[in-house]
Design a protein around this ligand. Structure first.
Ligand code: AMP
Length: 143
């Protein structure tokens, strides 16, 4: 399945946060939206980085007291892997497994048009596997 099909279903809304926002703001937004990562962007289009709950946990484990008023830019990953809408779920499964992250922003013509999480990919894959199972069952029982 193509990423554009996933976005058609789940929508193109992306939770973003400016690089100058504080870590406290990011934690509040992650909790409020019940999500695991925020795309860091000043204008909601151009990607400056990605901040995942893992970045915050890592920082908290390192320092006795994490400064919650430090900017998001200080903890985010600036080198972000993205994909286009024409990528497939198989492409993303490979990327997420190789790089060990669970979120991939979707970019089309330099514009942020969505984000795909590992949960989205697993859900699509389960659906595809169930369809394949049904087809095999029909093939066997019709025969
Ligand atoms: P995650 O598993 O997505 O929660 O993130 C694990 C780590 O990978 C964190 O340090 C994130 O900042 C980073 N990360 C998450 N998604 C991406 C991405 N698409 N490109 C680069 N780094 C990422």
């Amino acid at each position: 399945m193509r990423i554009s099909d996933i976005l058609r279903r789940k929508g193109t809304d992306v939770a973003t946060i400016p690089p100058s926002a504080t870590i406290a703001d990011a934690i509040a937004l992650l909790a409020d939206k019940d999500i695991g990562a925020l795309v860091v962007s000043a204008d909601k289009q151009k990607i400056a980085g990605i901040l995942s709950e893992r970045d915050i946990v890592r920082s908290m484990a390192k320092t006795v007291e994490t400064n919650l008023s430090q900017p998001v830019a200080s903890l985010m990953t600036a080198d972000v892997f993205t994909c286009g809408p024409e990528a497939t779920t198989a492409d993303l499964m490979e990327l997420m497994t190789q790089k060990r992250f669970r979120h991939v922003p979707v970019v089309e013509e330099n514009r942020l048009v969505g984000v795909v999480s590992i949960g989205d990919v697993v859900s699509v894959r389960l659906h595809e596997l169930e369809e394949e199972r049904q087809q095999i069952e029909e093939y066997i029982t019709s025969g």
